[in-house]
Write a protein that binds this ligand. Structure first.
Ligand SMILES: [Zn+2]
Ligand SMILES: [Zn+2]
Length: 122
């Protein structure tokens, strides 16, 4: 492979953003990959940022599937309790509370399935 800009110079690597061959003169070393000098540094930086964020989200998933539903469940319990005390089963806060509890269950089940799928692929 030769440098995209210098057809007679052998390439030392390729840009992570556009995959073109680059010689030392045309390369910016980004720690985690190479980029076209003065051209694709920002793009390679963005790619890396997205990759980092993705792995962060996946590694945090086991915690999130417990915390989010627990929060909804707590909200639901509070709404249902105060709704029932103030107006009984037909009161709006009580209905909202039940809604939150159902939502908590759905969130838990669906995020658990989602995480299973994600970790199965990795
Ligand atoms: Zn490039
Ligand atoms: Zn070059």
């Amino acid at each position: 492979m030769h440098c995209f800009n210098h057809p007679n110079t052998p390439a030392i690597g390729s840009c992570k953003a556009c995959c073109k061959g680059l010689c030392a003169e045309c390369t910016t070393d980004m720690d985690h990959g190479l980029a076209c000098k003065d051209k694709h540094e920002a793009m390679v930086e963005t790619y890396q940022f997205i990759i980092d964020k993705n792995s962060e989200i996946y590694s945090a998933a086991p915690k999130n599937i417990v915390i989010a539903p627990a929060f909804y469940l707590f909200m639901g319990g509070a709404f249902a309790f105060y709704g029932y005390r103030s107006g009984g089963f037909t009161d709006l806060p009580f209905m909202l509370g039940i809604g939150f509890i159902v939502f908590a269950a759905v969130t838990y089940i669906s995020s658990k399935a989602l995480f299973k799928e994600a970790s199965g692929k990795a």
